[in-house]
Design a protein around this ligand. Structure first.
Ligand SMILES: NC(=O)c1ccc[n+]([C@@H]2O[C@H](COP(=O)([O-])OP(=O)(O)OC[C@H]3O[C@@H](n4cnc5c(N)ncnc54)[C@H](OP(=O)(O)O)[C@@H]3O)[C@@H](O)[C@H]2O)c1
Length: 254
């Protein structure tokens, strides 16, 4: 996730390689980052220079072991993408600093991510704008109250996995009906992309689009009946409920 964000920040020229410092403990990863992005990563947190924004993208379980080192960093703003690490947990390490807890998703890797973020009280309007432009480099970004972040995780963080399963099933259905798999893949993926693009561009309620496509006595309504009979709608709603509960259980506090 850290590399995905870094690569997009450089690709859209929000920062130049000379303006970015990075830290990675493994030499092979440092070499890869240096070759790919022209930056010079350091091996320890202590070597990081003072910075405007510190982006924290280690695993939540790795965060515990580096808290002491992180507390020594000089920065104006901390942006964490660590799942389940609350603003109050971050404040225990970075007292009095402006803090942002962000939840990006996998499509950030292609600049089409959806990131929701929550700020603590120290984040000024100017810093909010800075965070917004940082996160918009990897897709859409929206500020939310921290209490929404577990449901955000369930919808947007886990969403790519749910939609991948829906796509996989659509492709398998096409294969079952005699389509070559590569053709079924092209049809299903472009249909999902186009549907999302249409809904977003025209700001159409999905229920309206469904009604437009489903003509009386036609093929689509026959398919919709099968979807309702087999519980696709309730399965997806139950998935969001289960993921939200799991995110709540994983939320850390100091
Ligand atoms: N992947 C997603 O779609 C996604 C979505 C939302 C949020 N996130 C959050 O993003 C964070 C990273 O996730 P990820 O999937 O990118 O995991 P990841 O591939 O394991 O990335 C974490 C990286 O941090 C490195 N690291 C460990 N200790 C470090 C240290 N002291 N200094 C600098 N780097 C250090 C790790 O090195 P090693 O490989 O040597 O351990 C690893 O390369 C997590 O907190 C996760 O909750 C991820």
């Amino acid at each position: 996730m850290g590399e995905a964000i870094l690569s997009r920040l450089l690709a859209v020229s929000l920062y130049s390689p000379a303006q970015v410092a990075a830290c990675h403990p493994r030499s092979e990863r440092r070499s890869v980052l240096q070759t790919r992005y022209g930056i010079k990563p350091v091996s320890t947190i202590a070597e990081l220079p003072p910075c405007e924004i510190l982006l924290l993208a280690v695993k939540p379980q790795q965060f515990d072991s580096i808290k002491g080192e992180l507390a020594t960093i000089t920065t104006d703003l901390v942006v964490s993408v660590m799942a389940g690490v609350t603003l109050s947990s971050l404040a225990a390490v970075f007292p009095h600093l402006p803090l942002v807890r962000a939840m990006p998703n996998t499509p950030v890797q292609v600049g089409a991510g959806m990131t929701a973020f929550a700020c603590n009280e120290q984040v000024t309007e100017e810093k909010r704008r800075q965070v917004q432009s940082l996160l918009q480099a990897v897709g859409e970004a929206v500020e939310v109250p921290e209490k929404y972040l577990n449901a955000v995780t369930a919808v947007a963080g886990s969403g790519p996995a749910y939609l991948a399963i829906v796509l996989e099933a659509l492709i398998d259905g096409g294969v079952m009906m005699g389509l070559p798999r590569h053709l079924a893949f092209t049809l299903a993926v472009q249909t999902m992309l186009g549907t999302a693009q249409y809904l977003k561009t025209t700001n159409t309620d999905p229920a309206c689009l469904k009604s437009q496509v489903a003509s009386p006595g036609g093929t689509t309504i026959a398919g919709i009946y099968a979807l309702e009979y087999h519980g696709l709608r309730s399965a997806l709603m139950a998935a969001v409920e289960a993921a939200t509960k799991r995110a709540q259980a994983l939320d850390s506090s100091p």
